[in-house]
Design a protein around this ligand. Structure first.
Ligand code: GDG
Length: 740
């Protein structure tokens, strides 16, 4: 592909950018508010797109605006929407949750992460504020592009406020592995926030895979690892990797134009450029440089480590401590090796103008980019594209996202001081042929995939027709269950409505298909598999609906259980509650209006409000019914367009499942029997909770509510496919029960 100097996305509708910061920094001076445009490649790449298509940038200006202060559009070819934050909000949302919780955790430094509920709450409130500003400005936008870890919850609020918006997210930092991400007390909320997008994108595929692991294991979401898709509610979310690039042409130009730079001394320069951050590995790098001088004294007085550390987050105490640590380390190494005319480390705690920086990059013989963890690392890329003369060598940490593509660099483990020292030595000794060969490869890639290409490919994917995750197949079922079931007896416990039979406008019309009935029968016909149906319907009703005499049936959420191999069970309080439930039914008649009706099931009842046409009226009636149920001392549980009223006798589908398992297989059932439970609503959550760690559970349906189930299935068709796989599965004979 030819070098791209500009965005060539076909202009259609406007784009809305939602980022923590606006594309400029605002400061208050005697002359009023002044802004300084950000010099980064990201802004340079996004602006032409916003200019062509029209658009808006929503962000925090970096200071609290006073009541009469306004940030009007000045010379930006697009709208600016500042989001104001109070000082407390900045402390909790930005310095707190963003930079003290998420930043260290996502960079795999969990011991530095602080989990503070108030920070989390403010983070949620501020994210909501950003989302409100975005949705107000977004009308007509083709896509709302949310950036980075400050705004992980934003997509949920945007989705609520603008349900049809196309929402795409890019994370600029790593997405950590499951074991680390799981430490966050609000991990599921964050995952659900991101899944409210249509596209969730990362720098490299490793982060995308980590994200898929987390949504699969923490939310039970169905994922397609090959096509990087996740099913969330009734939507399919595309996950992708787009390694960010730099503005190659502009940087090359700067590197060519820069005159001699005073920062580069006569000695050969080994260069480090970073924000002063513990993730960047500056201390380990200095130690590696010290080790180099020990191991290879021939370099003494010939080389200099030029370390530029840009002040960053100095309000956070860890960053101040790091600054002290580096100051001391530099002092120690310089004190140890300096001669009358030479100091090994030149340390600048400030930032340089970009033109100067380009000259420094150009003249450095070696760049040491050795973060302990980094989303991508642009310094590595900027160094490479500024090598316009005699090519230098890039030493690159394998823990930077950049390492995934920049293969020709010398990769090091930044924690390994000796290895890094040897890599610097190798870089300094490398002959020109090898240097040129490696640098050419690196430069070619950066030219091809510059920041404009990055914006273009991201937007193309964000705007593309959405894909749909294919229904689960036998190979999915085998992957999830074959090893779990191998050689064991299976107790298969199935809810009915919404699980085996599609929901209908009236319970009497929610009937089994012939295929489903055959699949259930075929499962139960296997010598190693027993089927039980666990339903909220009355025992008599559920047995009639399924019509397979050999099964076990639990009716009324398990208050009544009968069937092959189990001790019949009728909860002792049933008689007592039958009369009270009838009374409750009479009370509920008062709110059973506009088509709402009451299904009496003996000890329990269901208030159905599906026939109520008007949604406000529905809410009103169901709330009134909930109050009546609760006032009678009953438990009200939501089902599909219905409320279940159950007597307060501490019995639910979870207890029923336990009764079935114990009475059928004995108290040590869990040693020999594998359990699968499939259900679709809140009443099944009791069974999921009871079986957590003891069995595999499936939640059916497109509701994106949280579940305790192990996995999700999209609909009753997928349940049918699962049952057919269970019925056909190849398995050894069940093992004989272990001697007790
Ligand atoms: C985050 C992720 C990801 C540095 N010193 C000076 C200066 N800089 C500029 C560099 C570079 C930028 O700062 C640093 O970018 P990095 O990518 O290295 O790191 P983060 O700031 O942590 O950025 C990172 C990035 O987002 C993009 O997605 O790559 O992994 O952590 O552009 O040039 N600029 C000037 N003077 C300096 O002295 N003008």
């Amino acid at each position: 592909m030819a070098e791209q100097s500009d965005a060539t996305v076909d202009p259609t509708g406007p784009i809305l950018i939602l980022a923590n910061r606006l594309p400029f920094t605002v400061s208050r001076t005697a002359r009023g508010l002044e802004r300084q445009r950000s010099s980064g490649g990201l802004v340079a790449a996004l602006e032409p797109v916003l200019q062509r298509r029209g658009g808006t940038w929503v962000g925090w200006p970096g200071l609290a605006l006073r009541s009469r202060e306004r940030l009007e559009r000045v010379d930006e070819p697009y709208d600016i929407v500042p989001v104001s934050l109070t000082e407390t909000e900045v402390n909790r949302y930005y310095h707190g949750f963003s930079n003290r919780t998420l930043w260290p955790l996502f960079h795999s430094f969990p011991e530095r992460s602080r989990f503070d509920r108030r920070d989390w709450q403010t983070y949620g409130q501020v994210n909501e504020r950003f989302a409100v500003a975005a949705s107000e400005a977004a009308s007509g936008s083709d896509v709302i592009w949310v950036h980075d870890y400050h705004l992980l919850l934003c997509p949920t609020s945007v989705r609520r406020l603008a349900p049809d918006a196309r929402i795409a997210f890019f994370l600029h930092i790593p997405f950590p592995p499951y074991d680390i991400f799981r430490l966050l007390p609000w991990d599921r909320e964050i995952l659900r926030g991101l899944l409210d997008c249509d596209l969730v994108a990362f720098h490299v595929t490793g982060y995308a895979q980590n994200f898929l692991d987390c949504v699969e294991r923490r939310l039970g979401a169905r994922v397609d690892r090959e096509n990087l898709l996740v099913e969330h509610g009734n939507r399919t979310v595309q996950v992708s990797a787009f390694p960010i690039g730099v503005d190659v042409e502009a940087l090359e130009k700067r590197a060519r134009a820069a005159g001699p730079v005073p920062e580069v001394p006569n000695e050969r320069v080994v260069l480090g450029v970073d924000r002063l951050d513990y993730t960047k590995g500056i201390s380990d790098r200095i130690r590696a440089f010290e080790r180099l001088l020990e191991l290879h004294p021939e370099h003494r007085e010939k080389i200099v480590l030029l370390q530029i550390a840009v002040p960053s987050r100095s309000q956070v105490s860890e960053y101040r401590a790091l600054k002290r640590e580096i100051d001391e380390l530099v002092g120690r190494v310089n004190g140890r090796f300096a001669t009358a005319t030479w100091s090994p480390i030149r340390y600048l705690y400030r930032s340089l103008p970009i033109d100067r920086l380009a000259g420094v990059y150009r003249d450095a013989e070696v760049a040491l980019v050795t973060p302990l963890r980094d989303g991508m690392n642009l310094v590595a890329k900027e160094y490479v594209v500024c090598q316009v003369g005699d090519p230098g060598v890039l030493v690159l940490s394998h823990l930077a996202g950049a390492a995934e593509t920049m293969r020709e660099a010398l990769h090091v483990n930044p924690y390994n001081v000796d290895e890094t020292a040897e890599a610097i030595h190798r870089a300094l000794d490398m002959d020109e042929v090898e240097r040129r060969m490696r640098m050419n490869g690196l430069q070619r890639r950066e030219r091809r995939y510059n920041v404009y290409a990055w914006v273009r490919s991201f937007l193309e994917t964000a705007l593309a027709t959405q894909r749909v995750l294919r229904p689960p197949t036998d190979s999915d079922f085998a992957g999830w269950l074959a090893a779990f079931l191998q050689g064991h007896r299976l107790a298969l416990l199935l809810d009915y409505d919404g699980t085996l039979a599609r929901l209908a406008d009236h319970p009497s019309r929610a009937v089994l298909t012939a295929d489903m009935q055959r699949a259930i029968e075929a499962c139960d016909a296997r010598a190693d598999t027993d089927v039980a149906i666990v339903s909220g319907r009355s025992l008599e009703d559920i047995a009639r609906m399924v019509s397979l005499p050999d099964l076990v049936y639990a009716g009324n959420h398990g208050l009544e259980i009968e069937g092959k191999g189990v001790e019949p069970f009728h909860h002792e309080d049933l008689v007592h509650y039958r009369a009270r439930t009838e009374e409750l039914a009479r009370e509920l008649e008062q709110v059973a209006l506009d088509g709402a009706w009451i299904e009496e099931k003996g000890p329990t009842l269901t208030f159905h409000y599906r026939p109520v046409a008007d949604s406000a009226r529905r809410n009103m009636l169901s709330e009134a019914a909930r109050r009546t149920i609760t006032a009678a001392g009953y438990q009200a549980r939501s089902a599909h367009d219905a409320l279940e009223a159950r007597p307060p006798i501490g019995w639910d589908k979870g207890r029923a499942v336990l009764h079935i398992l114990r009475s059928r297989y004995g108290p040590a059932w869990s040693e020999d029997v594998r359990v699968i439970y499939v259900g679709d609503d809140e009443t099944d959550e009791d069974a999921f909770r009871m079986l957590s760690g003891l069995g595999v559970t499936f939640r059916v349906g497109s509701a994106d509510t949280l579940t305790l189930a192990t996995r999700r299935l999209p609909n009753t068709e997928a349940v049918g496919a699962l049952l057919q796989w269970i019925a056909r599965r190849e398995d050894r004979e069940p093992q004989a029960p272990r001697p007790r």
